[in-house]
Design a protein around this ligand. Structure first.
Ligand SMILES: NC(=O)c1ccc[n+]([C@@H]2O[C@H](COP(=O)([O-])OP(=O)(O)OC[C@H]3O[C@@H](n4cnc5c(N)ncnc54)[C@H](OP(=O)(O)O)[C@@H]3O)[C@@H](O)[C@H]2O)c1
Length: 297
């Protein structure tokens, strides 16, 4: 039995689907049984739990061969860091008390830094917490910038006719499709060949900056002259609040953006065949961005 947190999400859903397709037993974890039903029809066991509930997670992880652990985003949390640390407490407690042998853990580039990386500080702390769990074999997936982050641009395009955000227009970003993380994590869960505490960077298909992002999206949605503008934090924060983010989460996002812009937060490895994944940004745009953009009109 495998236990998958965030099973209805971008990465967890790919993992759960792949393990089920290989005939594995899977316990899918989420907050709402109805959203887990699709997996139940394919043979999964649904487990309704909040990731801040250590006792529930302990039950969910008990008797499993391996676990996929992640901190689900909660952009509306009034104390965003506090929420993330409550998840860390619950995950570490449950992994310890359930005696989990192997865990694949969603982490991020930038976790080599203990502070000033916004929401990534909590992933640094999660790795540190799990490093002290004796007997746990943990594989930390240090993923780069998700292509899914660009979906937030749909509202910007609708409102302003351009792309805009806090990142520098010419900042090369190693952009990864979340599905590639899921595919990679599923393979590792099936192989279970990792031991001790290991980290692997995944850097997506290639590096591209937001000028190129605008150009690729523009061509795909029939606006070939689409451009990107970097906006100052004082303009970005109200927009983030309006999108439903708490003030503390918006501050974390702006701190991370500054860390990326300055190069403080960056991959540690050069790009290689090992850390490059197959889905290109063009494919992501065609398959995920364009349909979402069309539905939003
Ligand atoms: N964005 C980036 O650039 C980036 C880069 C590196 C790492 N990361 C990491 O990736 C994570 C996001 O991964 P993802 O995209 O796979 O996640 P996701 O799709 O946003 O969310 C995963 C699932 O978690 C569940 N969930 C939410 N709150 C929960 C709670 N309190 N208790 C239990 N389940 C809950 C939700 O399912 P239900 O609604 O069904 O409960 C959701 O579908 C981030 O949090 C970050 O740690 C992100």
């Amino acid at each position: 039995m495998y236990a998958i947190t965030g099973a209805t999400g971008n990465t967890g859903s790919v993992i759960a689907a792949k393990l089920l397709a290989r005939g594995e037993k899977v316990r899918v974890i989420g907050r709402d049984a109805s959203r887990l039903e699709g997996f139940v029809h394919k043979g999964a066991e649904a487990f309704v739990a909040d990731v801040t509930d250590a006792a529930a997670l302990t039950k969910a992880f008990t008797g499993t061969k391996a676990v996929y652990a992640m901190i689900p985003p909660n952009i509306a949390a009034p104390d965003a860091s506090g929420y993330q640390e409550r998840v860390n407490d619950a995950l570490a407690t449950a992994i310890t008390n359930a005696g989990v042998g192997h865990a694949v853990v969603l982490s991020s580039i930038g976790v080599d830094k203990p502070d000033k990386t916004g929401p990534v500080v909590a992933l640094h702390n999660l790795e540190q917490r799990l490093n002290s769990v004796a007997g746990l074999n943990a594989l930390y997936i240090r993923a780069s910038y998700f292509m899914q982050n660009t979906l937030a641009q749909i509202a910007v395009i609708q409102n302003f006719g351009i792309l805009g955000g806090p990142l520098r227009a010419d900042l090369p970003l190693a952009m990864i499709a979340a599905r590639d993380i899921g595919e990679w994590a599923a393979e590792e869960l099936l192989r279970l060949s990792f031991s001790g505490k290991q980290a692997r960077e995944l850097l997506g298909h290639r590096d591209l900056d937001y000028r190129e992002v605008a150009s690729i999206i523009g061509k795909a949605i029939g606006k070939p002259n689409l451009t990107y503008s970097q906006f100052p934090p004082m303009l970005i924060k109200p927009a983030l609040l309006q999108s439903g983010m708490s003030s503390s989460m918006a501050d974390l996002i702006l701190e991370m953006s500054e860390a990326l812009n300055s190069g403080y937060m960056a991959p540690l490895e050069p790009r290689s065949a090992q850390n490059t994944t197959p889905t290109s940004f063009e494919t992501f745009v065609a398959e995920e961005f364009v349909p979402r953009f069309a539905r939003s009109r």
